[in-house]
Design a protein around this ligand. Structure first.
Ligand SMILES: N[C@@H](CCC(=O)N[C@@H](CS)C(=O)NCC(=O)O)C(=O)O
Length: 215
């Protein structure tokens, strides 16, 4: 059965889903959809009524919401388990996924990365006030993650989990901004984790190629 992943090439959430697919060793077909376009196809809105990416199609089963997608992939397919069995560790993974959605994505990606890096690369106007608000919010988010991090190569326990897979793409985008990278490097446990996760083949193979800037 062919798996389809519908997503936008620069979407950090679609990157998370690709990263999980690669770590599980699951083949898939990529279908490009730009959720910011005026003309998102009606067929896609049937897959995702909230007009976000990604969405997964596995035969007759369709699914949106990245956390649901990556948990489904983990349950459905062989390959390394991406969630620990112990209740405490499993809860910690779930906690990180929720933190990523609730407190990381908006300030670190949509404010710092989008306005500090991405807008200039695609020749769009950046809003400096949005960037400043995101950067001001970042230390509290990073401090909380640093306190939760196990202190080694993985956020939780001694193997890769969905916590690593959900956080790494977000911090990758954030750290393309120089001030973002400086803030990340100041947190010892997060910095140790970042050095390990950011060189994983599945992370690098699924990393979006950002445009260099307008021609
Ligand atoms: N809760 C959704 C969030 C997905 C999301 O926000 N994706 C972004 C791209 S990274 C998007 O589609 N944005 C379109 C928009 O904001 O209009 C999930 O977990 O999948």
């Amino acid at each position: 059965m062919t798996i389809e992943l519908h997503g936008y090439e620069y979407s950090v959430y679609a990157w998370i889903a690709r990263f999980a697919l690669h770590e599980k060793g699951v083949g898939y077909t990529w279908v490009e959809v730009d959720p910011f376009a005026d003309d998102v196809p009606a067929a896609y809105l049937d897959l995702h009524p909230f007009r976000r990416v990604p969405a997964l199609v596995d035969g007759g089963f369709t699914l949106y919401e990245t956390g649901a997608i990556t948990r489904y992939l983990d349950d459905r397919f062989d390959g390394p388990a991406l969630r620990p069995a112990a209740p405490e560790a499993r809860a910690r993974v779930d906690q990180v996924l929720s933190i990523v959605d609730s407190y990381v994505y908006w300030p670190l990606v949509r404010q710092v990365f989008s306005h500090g890096v991405f807008a200039a690369r695609v020749g769009e106007p950046a809003d400096r006030a949005e960037y400043d608000r995101g950067l001001a919010a970042a230390p509290r988010v990073l401090d909380a993650l640093d306190r939760l991090a196990a202190g080694g190569d993985f956020l939780v326990g001694d193997a890769l989990t969905l916590a690593d897979i959900h956080l790494a793409p977000m911090l990758s985008y954030f750290s393309t901004d120089d001030d973002g990278m400086a803030l990340l490097r100041q947190r010892a446990r997060l910095a140790t984790w970042w050095s390990a996760v950011s060189v994983r083949p599945a992370f690098r193979d699924t990393m979006p190629r950002l445009p260099d800037g307008p021609a």
